[in-house]
Design a protein around this ligand. Structure first.
Ligand code: HEM
Length: 171
């Protein structure tokens, strides 16, 4: 059955399609970063601090979400380490993680519904909580610290499912 647009021009929740393909993830992630770059709280971190080259980075981020949502072996990097390095330059506060999650949830809900969609939201929640908690325990950013412990960035990692990586496990 064709999805009927509601008053705001989107299909009703029950009729929005699930996240089913890599192409769905590309569309979702592109829309999320469009919002994140334009966001007053998060935008400056992507644009000014990380100077993120989004077209170059998008495939990596899509690999990550493909691994999370479809349990595919597409992502073998250390997402926590990337954010730990960033946190050493600008504090990634719990408020920023809350904002990140708000944007992610809203973007996902605007486009999709279904089991994979639920997984994309649940895992984002778990991973964001895990990252935020571990970064809160981390040494402060250089502006607040006397030294920058360079070793910190490589001191740990979470897997794509948000689980703490075992020491013997490769990044
Ligand atoms: C305060 C919240 C967050 C901010 C400000 C943030 C910002 C960033 C930035 C700037 C990068 C690019 C870093 C670089 O390459 O220099 C990045 C990469 C990435 N972020 Fe986040 N992020 C946040 C939370 C999250 C969360 C909660 C997730 C997952 C649920 C996530 C997933 C990723 C992934 C997969 C990458 C690519 C990592 C790689 O290169 O392998 N981020 N993020």
């Amino acid at each position: 059955m064709r999805a009927q647009p509601n008053a705001v021009g989107r299909p009703d929740v029950s009729e929005r399609p699930d996240i089913n393909t890599r192409a769905d993830i590309v569309t979702l992630v592109t829309e999320f970063y469009r919002r994140a770059f334009a966001d007053p709280q998060l935008g400056p971190i992507f644009v000014d601090v990380a100077q993120l080259d989004l077209p170059a980075h998008l495939p990596v981020i899509c690999d990550f979400w493909q691994a999370v949502i479809f349990r595919a072996g597409t992502y073998r990097r250390n997402a926590f380490g990337v954010h730990a390095e960033l946190h050493a330059r600008v504090r990634l506060t719990p408020e920023l993680f809350t904002r990140w999650l708000e944007l992610w949830m809203a973007t996902v809900d605007n486009l999709h519904s279904g089991p994979h969609t639920d997984r994309a939201k649940l895992q984002a929640h778990r991973i964001a909580e895990s990252m935020s908690r571990r970064l809160a325990d981390a040494p402060p950013a250089p502006a607040e610290a006397e030294t920058t412990p360079a070793s910190y960035a490589s001191s740990g990692a979470v897997t794509a499912s948000g689980r703490r990586r075992r020491p013997s496990e490769p990044d």
